[in-house]
Design a protein around this ligand. Sequence first.
Ligand code: PRP
Ligand code: MG
Length: 170
Amino acid sequence: MNLKTFIRDIHDFPTTGVVFRDITPLLKDPKAIKYTEEALLDLVGNQKVDKVVGMESRGFFFAPMLAARLNAGFVPVRKPGKLPFATMRQDYDLEYGSDALEMHSDAIIAGDKVLVHDDVLATGGTAQATCRLIEKMGGEIVQCNFLLELDFLKGKDKLGDFEVKSLLHY
Ligand code: PRP
Ligand code: MG
C-alpha cells in the first residue's frame, strides 16, 4: 500500500509558505490504519518495549495502538497544565520563543525500555524534549518512530545517538 496517497498536502497552512501534511485521509480509512499500525510495528522489530510514549496530540493516534500490540503501557506527553498529578517538565526552543512538555512523574520507571512515537518529525524539538524527559526519569529509549519525517528540517540531528525510524520521508 502506498501510504503517501492517503496524505493530503495543504499549502499555506498554518502559515504562508508551509505545506501541512494532513494525515486525516489515512485515519479515516480502516485498511490504511491497519497497514500503518503493522508497518510501525515492523520498524520496532522484536525489541523489548515496556512503555510507548506518545506526544500530544497527534502522537496519540497511533501510540496507544502500538502499546497494546507490544504488550507495553502507553504514556502521554502533554502540553503544560494538562496533567493532573505531579509532573516533570522540559522546556524547549521554537524558531520564535519557547514551549514546554510535561509527563507524569511516575510514568516511567528507571530501566523501562521506551518507544517514542509521534506522527511527524519536523525540527525535532518535540521529540528531543520528550527524550530528555524520559532520560531524566531513567528510561532507556529503544527507538523514536514517526509516521512521517520532513528530512529537509534535519530533526534527526537533534536526536543524536537514538535510533530514529520513519515510515515516510518528505
Ligand atoms: C506537530 C507534530 C509533531 C511536532 C513536530 O505537533 O504533530 O508533534 O509538530 O514538530 P517538531 O519536530 O518541529 O517539534 P503540533 O505541535 O503541531 O501539535 P499537535 O500534535 O497537537 O497538532
Ligand atoms: Mg504533535
